[in-house]
Design a protein around this ligand. Structure first.
Ligand SMILES: *Cc1c(COP(=O)(O)O)cnc(C)c1O
Length: 231
């Protein structure tokens, strides 16, 4: 077995085990394999081993891989999205994790309506209020969620956050637990379900799963260290 497949199977099992340890059904935690900077061949190998959902953070790279790989892959755009790239993003992405301004949300809604596509949207929230340059404040996320009708072309399905690298465990609990509580509050006020919590990466997914993550975005632990010089 290749190192890549060994890593993939190890991560699959660790994610399932983390769910069991947290008293959760492993089927409620989706593994998103983050393939940014890695070649299409690597994605293909992991896809053939049974992985259907892959995450990319740049539209151009998503498009390049989307064009040459199976149409059965479910692509998630997890990175910051510029408004002028929404149309291109929607060619392959069926999930957008980092909706972080009202303008971007409205643009995605307008283009989704025009193209008759229904991508699932998550609002990126900056819970800790530090370090990250992107993400809505919790209050802004609440206001934006309230403003969007439940039957919008691109449905709002959850929230996403990133914890600072190397954050101590108690801070991770505060951030991921905070995202879950905000989700609960928005659900209550809006009166519609917001099931998805996209939180947790290679270094912190166990804590995220304890706090209710439904999607963990894992790159390094599967594909290895990224070499941005050759990206
Ligand atoms: C790159 C990236 C990840 C994956 O991070 P790893 O630490 O490699 O697992 C997750 N989420 C986002 C938004 C990313 O850009």
């Amino acid at each position: 077995m290749t190192q890549l497949l060994e890593n993939f199977h190890f991560v699959q099992q660790s994610v399932a085990q983390a769910a069991l340890d947290a008293g959760r059904d492993p089927a409620t935690v989706r593994l998103l394999a983050v393939s940014k900077t890695f070649p299409a061949e690597d994605v293909q190998e992991v896809f053939l081993a049974g992985q259907k959902c892959f995450g990319e953070n740049r539209v151009q790279e998503l498009t390049e891989k989307g064009k040459v790989l199976s149409r059965e892959i479910e692509w998630h755009l997890i990175g910051h999205l510029q408004q002028n790239k929404v149309r291109a993003a929607l060619e392959f992405a069926s999930w957008i994790h980092a909706v972080d301004t009202p303008e971007l949300l409205h643009r995605i809604e307008a283009i989704s309506a025009e193209l008759s596509v229904h991508p699932k949207l998550l609002l990126e929230v900056n819970i800790s209020g530090e370090e990250s340059k992107f993400g809505l404040t919790p209050d802004a996320a609440l206001e934006l969620a309230k403003s969007l009708p439940a039957d919008a072309p691109a449905p709002l399905t959850g929230l996403m956050t990133m914890a600072p690298l190397e954050a101590p465990e108690e801070q991770l609990h505060r951030i991921f637990g905070g995202l879950r509580q905000l989700r609960d509050r928005i659900q209550e006020i809006r009166g519609t379900a917001l099931p998805e919590l996209s939180m947790g990466m290679s270094g912190d997914y166990r804590v995220a799963i304890q706090e209710g993550a439904t999607i963990v975005r894992i790159g390094t632990a599967i594909f290895g260290h990224r070499d941005y010089a050759h990206a």
